[in-house]
Design a protein around this ligand. Structure first.
Ligand SMILES: Cc1cc2nc3c(=O)[nH]c(=O)nc-3n(C[C@H](O)[C@H](O)[C@H](O)COP(=O)(O)O)c2cc1C
Length: 180
């Protein structure tokens, strides 16, 4: 086998869908792109990686709320664009023609163009790694979004969209909680 740069490690541990994380602090709404996400249990806890390098971070920590929205793969270029500019000096909703909608459990907005949005509370922050631990408290889906493919980031600027799906539910039913 051939050795490659150690930096390539993460590209083999594909980290789930790229998400758009919205925040709201007072009248200021914002959205950022996050690809380092992970579901960690069956109790609706998810972790995303963020820190002071994101303008959204202060709002996230102060309000302890956000929405984690799942864009369709067809939004890839917009999703990257959202992650390349900051809410510190840009209204990203206007720049990227996004459609924020009111959520119910949090002040942060839903994004109508997304396949699903998870309304979340921040329950912990693990500083050395920038792990923001979230508890999803409400989930909404938009069945009108035609493209149902999730977007995945390899980590080096390469992306892929969901391909063939396999249903192996029967094989693992014993381990799945009810309602899942
Ligand atoms: C494809 C993509 C994935 C990204 N993933 C992350 C991530 O997982 N964690 C993170 O802190 N920043 C990530 N970023 C960078 C933020 O989206 C970026 O810092 C953004 O400007 C933050 O917006 P804000 O300053 O308005 O909060 C990503 C950017 C792109 C383009």
């Amino acid at each position: 086998m051939q050795e490659v740069a150690v930096e390539k490690a993460l590209t083999f541990i594909e980290p789930g869908p790229v998400v758009l994380v919205t925040t709201a602090e007072g009248a200021k709404q914002n959205v950022m792109t996050i690809s380092w996400t992970m579901a960690i249990d069956f109790a609706q806890h998810i972790v995303l990686t963020a820190g002071g390098w994101n303008y959204s971070f202060d709002a996230l920590m102060r309000t302890k709320e956000c929405c984690v929205c799942i864009p369709p793969a067809s939004m890839a270029k917009t999703v990257v664009g959202i992650g390349m500019v900051s809410g510190a000096d840009t209204d990203k909703f206007e720049k990227f023609h996004l459609h924020p909608l009111p959520a119910q459990q949090v002040a942060a907005p839903l994004l109508e163009e997304c396949i699903a949005c998870l309304e979340c509370k921040v329950v912990d922050y693990v500083e050395p790694y920038g792990f923001v631990v979230l508890q999803a408290v409400r989930v909404v889906i938009n069945e009108e979004v035609e493209d149902r493919r999730l977007l995945h980031a390899v980590g080096d600027g390469i992306f892929f969209a969901d391909g063939e799906k396999f249903n192996l539910r029967q094989d693992m039913l014993e381990k799945l909680p009810p309602r899942l």
